[in-house]
Each structure stands twice: as structure tokens, then as C-alpha cells.
Design a protein around this ligand. Sequence first.
Ligand SMILES: Cc1cc2nc3c(=O)[nH]c(=O)nc-3n(C[C@H](O)[C@H](O)[C@H](O)COP(=O)(O)OP(=O)(O)OC[C@H]3O[C@@H](n4cnc5c(N)ncnc54)[C@H](O)[C@@H]3O)c2cc1C
Length: 503
Amino acid sequence: MEEGFTLKNKRIIIIGAGIAGLATGCYARMNGYETIIYEMHDKPGGVCTSWKRKGYTFDYCIHNLAGSGKRAALRKVWDELGALDGTDIIDHEMFVRVEGPKGETLNLYTDLDRLEKHLLNIAPEDAVAIKKYIDAGRALAKADVFAMSLGEKKRWLGMLPRLPAVMKWSKVPMESYAQRFTNPFLRQAFPHLQYDVTGPEMPLLPNLIFLGGFEIGDLGWPRGGSLEFSRRIARRFDALGGEMNYLSFVEKIIVNNGTATGIRLADGSEQYADIVVSAADGYFTIYNMLDGSYTNELIDAYYDHFVESQSFGLQVYLGLNRDLTNEPHALTLILDQAITLEGRGRNSLYLEIFDSATGMAPEGKSVIKVVTEGNYNYWRILRKDMAKYMTTKDTIAETVINVLEKRFPGIRKQVEAVDVTTPVSVQRYTNNFHGLQPWPAPKGDFQIMQKGLSKTLPGLNNFFMVGQWAGAMIGVSTAAVTGRNLVKQICKKDGKRFVIANS
Ligand SMILES: Cc1cc2nc3c(=O)[nH]c(=O)nc-3n(C[C@H](O)[C@H](O)[C@H](O)COP(=O)(O)OP(=O)(O)OC[C@H]3O[C@@H](n4cnc5c(N)ncnc54)[C@H](O)[C@@H]3O)c2cc1C
């Protein structure tokens, strides 16, 4: 056995109770480690959260859950964590409907046979490009791409024959693929299919991976929403005997002779452990908790090239005294007239609809959530003047309601609750750098894919990172799996068999 934590591996401190911290805690407890989580907030989940306003629940996070499907390999992770205990999965018949300004509709059905027929119905003249698109999605279904994060050898071997296709589609922007269609509406609507994230940088690959996921019955939505999902894992951690400390902001990681030995909390108290795991924001962990003393060129380059604007950064929530049960759960409206949000024009708006059956709205009522790109700097500057910040939020909600009034006449009078979240709100509630999610790496893509960005830090022993920043990868399942993989690795180094237990 190795020196260091391998010789006395009993106590693990985890910073952060987002999905990654919670999962790490659960697996550490399953394997007999004394495990303590310190979380700055008063609740678990991190970005995987929801909140109440006037009887409505506004759900911030999960749109589609990898591993929700019984045939998906990742399902075992959620079963082990009890994340889906006592709830069910809503599998929507379509991923999204894109509506054109003249009332044209494109439905991205989750049943690929149905989708193919629908596309051919819209544009029989585009049969070749449609078939190629559907076939590419079907081919990825066989690989169950989301489960690659489990790091299982057989999955990587199964992926090998598909790698050329993956590489190819990762380089084809959705906008370029749209040009293969001759049908004008298909050309216009196609780039909006993946959460309305458009632009020349948006490759077709994520959309194809989603088609593959739908084909195996995956990527549903857990009824009850994101915070309940997080809370079930927190309860599992508790049932496994883990210790949770909320309202505990970690300021520093204590290091002695290149070895992490504990943490210092905001109240000045210190806690010691054999292993310290940060499941908190990457920038804050590396450059604040550890003063930037343990880094390398790849990590520095990554954090030097952060993005200012990001999809999902700005969200508008409306609680509505209106039953929208018969509407699609996700809708992208291509606008006949551009609107201005954050001083920039937008030609389309992506929204999600939650009726009372989702558990997000009272009987006969609904929630509409509008998700669009948000710019941290815009809101940071505004927030210096709180009144202006709040007024700007109101103006944005008003602009959105004006658009919705055209699509859902009468909606203005049915609005009972409103909320707007900005990147600044996200930074405040989760400590994530500029309220961002991981962004594409400027260099070292392949290296990061293989080894992660900062799962360990150079020159620092007995310290690990898990979660979205450890691998620069987005996803609740990815976050959970980084925790699972870490505990597996710790067990291996300790000469112990990695044990899992279903809830
Ligand atoms: C709007 C949005 C929609 C998304 N939709 C989906 C989706 O549909 N499907 C999907 O799979 N993924 C989705 N994701 C991505 C997914 O939610 C995240 O990748 C994942 O939840 C990240 O989890 P995490 O535990 O790594 O980080 P976080 O959730 O950021 O958790 C970090 C935790 O650390 C705590 N913390 C930070 N600093 C400190 C400190 N100093 N001391 C103590 N505690 C601290 C925070 O409070 C937080 O609880 C979405 C993300 C966003 C933002």
C-alpha cells in the first residue's frame, strides 16, 4: 500500500453538497469512511435546485436526466443513491417543439421512427439529409454515450468503432447541417432544436447524443423537480450515517508539507481529515481556498479563458393561473420581431411548461420558465445599484410576457408570480465563478476528456476534486459519477473492495 491517506483512511471532508458532494459522501459512507460534508447554503443540491413562490415551484435545473431510463447504464447510479426513490419519471413524447413566425411547427419527437416520419412529412424533398440525421442518432443509441463517464473498459471498447462518427459530428455545427435541407422552415428551425442554443459554435453532436438517449428510453424528467431530487440523495447520505453541516462556508484548505489536512471555515474554526475533497466551485477552490499554489498551465489557461455570456444564464419564471396541460412541455418560439434583453437582440425564445401533474404548480395552474443566454458582467455592473438591478429584471419579465401574450393570448392577466435569475444570483447562491457552468477548454481537450481538468492538483497530496469543475463537464449524472469514481479509486488505493448498496 502507498504512504499517506492509504495508511489511515478513515475521515473524509467534502466541501459542497451539490450532486457531486452528495454522491461522494454516499459512496464514501457505503465503503465505511467517516464522512463529513460542509455546505455554505442551508440546503443541498447546489445548482440542482428549485424554490417556491406563491404556491408555485420554480425549477432551476434538470431538463433531461441521463440515467432516468431503466435501460440506461447510468440508472444504477441513481438507484444506488436513492435519487429516484418514491418518484416517477416523466418521459415526454417530444423533446421540443419549434414554432415558426407563421405558425409552422417542427416537433422533435423522442420516438425516432415518429420523428423521421414527421420530418419527411414536412420536407419529403430532404429525405437524404433527414435519414442521415436519424441514422446518426440511432447509431449513438447503441453506445449509451452518457454512461461513458462510468469509465468502464467495455464501454470505451464499444465506443471505439463509433469514434470517427463522434469526431465528425462534433465538428459539424447545427447551423451548417441545417443548410443541407432545402425546405425553408426546416433550415430555419433545425438550429434551434437543442435548447435553442444557436450559433456557429454549437455542434450537432449533443443533439445526436440526445436522440441516442431517447432511443433507449432515457433523458426523462423526475417528477417533483430538481431540489426534491437533490434532497433524496441528501436523505440517503444521512441514512448511511454521513454528517452534514449546512451554513458552513469553507474559506481555506489547510495544507501541511504539500498534504491537505483539513479546512478552515468562515467562523475561523478548523476541521481535520485524512482526505479533503472539494465538490465546490473550481476557481474558488484552486485560487482562493488554495491561493493558486497548486495549479498548472492547463488549469490556468482554462480559467483565463472563461466566457462572459452563457446559455441558460438568464431565466424568467412565471406562475400562471392557467392550465397549459395541452401544450408541449418545451417550446422554442422563432420571433417575427427580435426582442432586446440585456441590451442585445434575440430572435427566438426557449420556454418550458410545467403543469400541475409535474408537481410544480397547483391544480389547474402552470409554470412557464424561459431560458436564455445571460451575461455576468452586464448584471454585475447593474447590481452596484440595487434598484436598477431590480428594475431591469422587471423590464425583462415584461418583455417576455409581451412575447408570450401573442402565443398565449390573455396570459398577462393570469400571471400570479414572477421571478428572474441572473448569473449574479447563481454566483451568490452557489459560489460558482461568474455564475457559470464549465465552458469549452481553450486547449488540451483530449487530455481533459481522458483525465479531467483538476481531479487532483499538482503537488498536493490527499486532496481531490469532484463535480462539474473537476472534469470541466456539465451534467448531474457526470457530477455524481465523478464522486463514485473517486471513492472507487480511494478504495483501490486502500486495498479495499469498492462496495455499493442499493437504497
Ligand atoms: C440552468 C442549468 C440547467 C441544467 N440542466 C441540466 C440537465 O437538464 N441535465 C443535467 O444532467 N445537467 C444539467 N445541468 C448541469 C448540472 O446541474 C450540473 O453540472 C451539476 O448539478 C453540477 O453539480 P456539482 O455538484 O458539480 O456543482 P454545484 O451544483 O455547483 O455544487 C457545488 C456546491 O458547493 C457549495 N459551495 C461552493 N463553495 C463553497 C464553499 N466555499 N464552502 C461550502 N460550500 C460551498 C455550493 O453551495 C454548492 O452546493 C444544468 C445546470 C444549470 C446551471
